[in-house]
Design a protein around this ligand. Structure first.
Ligand code: PGA
Length: 255
């Protein structure tokens, strides 16, 4: 089955709006593989302006980096799924390890967020992955299985089609250390089999699974060449237009 190839940039809390506009202008102008969907997860403050800028640039889409689990209420400083949907923002990242760590988001809370985001009509990029201690004890696959079970597996087969999974080993995020292509493939294949078992083979085969953690122009090709890796969630390297374009252009040609 051929799945959509995706290069998703996670800008995190970086760029002023002016810098963001400049970065997007460069990305629009660059020569890019047209079969790849590029998603930009930008700060909330940039969404409206950048949305106008990329309008009708088919293979460039926007994502928010988080949302609340309620659509409205007394939650000072929060942004709701319906607010994003009302701006026609198609994607939201949920469960990034930085939010799990710094904002104490756990699997139960993420289950509520995923439900609310899908109900509002957003597509979810759901992050999972183990830290170094878990990796050292070889319990990484079990760790990710529990994350998926507790946050995603109450969804129906129809609902989970609007979820993209991003496997991001925490020990590889922003550290310059990447999982080897074989380590990424092992986990991606395990995730695909978990989805197939929970739903059915068709759902498992259709699931887009991204790898994240220190992807750069120089290592993207080997990771993207793995059969169960459908693309990447890219942090640091997505802030450099040339580097991100190199990553977008790192997928193998369709046979
Ligand atoms: P990195 O970040 O590419 O800078 O390691 C990835 C992420 O956190 O999504």
């Amino acid at each position: 089955m051929s799945r959509q190839k995706i290069a998703a940039g996670n800008w995190k809390m970086n760029t002023t709006l002016d810098e963001g506009v400049e970065l997007v202008s460069k990305l629009i102008a660059a020569e890019k593989d047209k079969s790849v969907l590029a998603i930009l997860a930008v700060p909330f403050t940039h969404l409206l302006t950048l949305d106008k800028k990329i309008k009708s640039k088919g293979k460039l889409k926007l994502a928010a980096q988080n949302c609340h689990y309620k659509n409205s209420g007394a939650f000072t400083g929060e942004i709701s799924p319906s607010m994003l949907a009302n701006l026609n923002i198609p994607y939201v990242i949920l469960g990034h390890s930085e939010r799990r760590q710094y904002n104490h988001e756990d699997n139960a809370l993420l289950k509520l967020k995923v439900r609310a985001a899908l109900d509002a009509g957003l597509k979810v990029i759901f992050c999972c992955g183990e830290d170094l201690d878990v990796r050292k004890t070889s319990k990484h696959i079990l760790h990710v299985k529990i994350q998926l079970e507790e946050s995603l597996f109450s969804l129906t087969a129809k609902e989970i089609k609007n979820v993209i999974i991003a496997y991001e080993p925490i020990w590889a995020i922003g550290t310059g250390e990447t999982a080897s292509p074989a380590q990424a493939q092992e986990m991606h294949n395990s995730i695909r089999r978990m989805i197939s078992r929970q739903y059915n083979k068709r759902v498992g085969e259709a699931m887009t699974i991204l790898y994240g953690g220190s992807i750069k122009g120089s290592n993207a090709k080997d990771i993207f060449a793995q059969p169960d890796v459908d693309g990447g969630l890219i942090g640091g390297a997505s802030l450099d237009a040339d580097e991100f374009v190199k990553i977008i252009n790192s997928f193998q040609e369709e046979e």
